[in-house]
Design a protein. Structure first.
Length: 255
């Protein structure tokens, strides 16, 4: 069963089975747009190093808290949570640190449009999933960098990138001055290491340099105004590597 430390809009939990297992030659996973880091938490092996880059200081704060918490504290939070009315419980009613309030607010999604706000109601965390993530978060193999990955990633042999960039076409969610797909392209080209790039409908338009495979076409719950169904297409591009080799545990770099 997949595990993540918190829910996150656009994470790739439902697509993990498409990517296969981590090749034995990969020693470090780098996620330049961290979020809940679903790929790393479900593919890192015992000695795999994991580095995530994250701009949102609230998310960085959550990881910092998780790096110091215990399973006992998680269980205590669960008892506290279940003792409150799940329909009416407000975060303002809970006497815990701000990082825990942020974490408890991530029941379904956290959009950048809400970066300066806190969800008023508590959501239901996946308690067991969180506890399964703690060993990696609290190990010496895990690191979260608070800042942009676009200029500071240093890569070496044995590294790979898992790149799940912001959905740039959703202009109301992201400041056009703070992100552009060209930054992702520059990052990938500069690193020049095996890379999995995932994106939604506009992958072939925004990242024309790369060849994409269609992973899934997903029917969305909310129909169009004319009652016709809406779909989202999930894409992946395997750069500097063969996609099939994720399933053979051999990472053959393309020359």
């Amino acid at each position: 069963m997949s595990k993540v430390p918190f829910r996150w809009l656009g994470n790739k939990v439902s697509l993990l089975h498409h990517f296969g297992s981590l090749p034995n030659t990969i020693e470090r996973i780098i996620e330049p747009y961290a979020g809940s880091m679903a790929y790393s938490f479900n593919n890192a092996k015992r000695n795999t190093k994991v580095v995530g880059y994250e701009l949102d200081d609230r998310v960085v704060g959550i990881y910092d808290w998780l790096s110091k918490t215990t399973t006992k504290e998680i269980d205590s939070l669960r008892v506290m949570y279940e003792g409150l009315s799940q329909d009416g419980a407000l975060l303002s009613d809970v006497d815990v640190c701000q990082e825990i309030k942020h974490w408890l607010s991530l029941g379904g999604a956290m959009l950048p449009v809400f970066r300066n706000k806190i969800y008023p109601r508590m959501k239901h965390p996946n308690w067991e999933s969180v506890k399964k993530c703690l060993p990696l978060i609290q190990s010496n193999n895990f690191k979260i960098v608070h800042g942009s990955s676009h200029k500071i990633i240093e890569s070496t042999t044995g590294d790979m990138l898992f790149v799940d960039p912001p959905y740039w076409e959703s202009g109301h969610l992201y400041d056009a001055d703070s992100y552009h797909p060209s930054q992702t392209i520059e990052l990938i080209n500069k690193a020049n290491i095996p890379t999995i790039l995932t994106y939604g409908d506009f992958a072939p338009d925004h990242f024309r340099e790369y060849n994409f495979n269609v992973l899934e076409r997903i029917t969305l719950n909310k129909p169009r105004k004319d009652s016709t169904s809406r779909t989202r297409t999930e894409h992946a591009s395997y750069i500097n590597c063969h996609s099939s080799l994720f399933y053979s545990n051999v990472f053959d770099i393309l020359k």
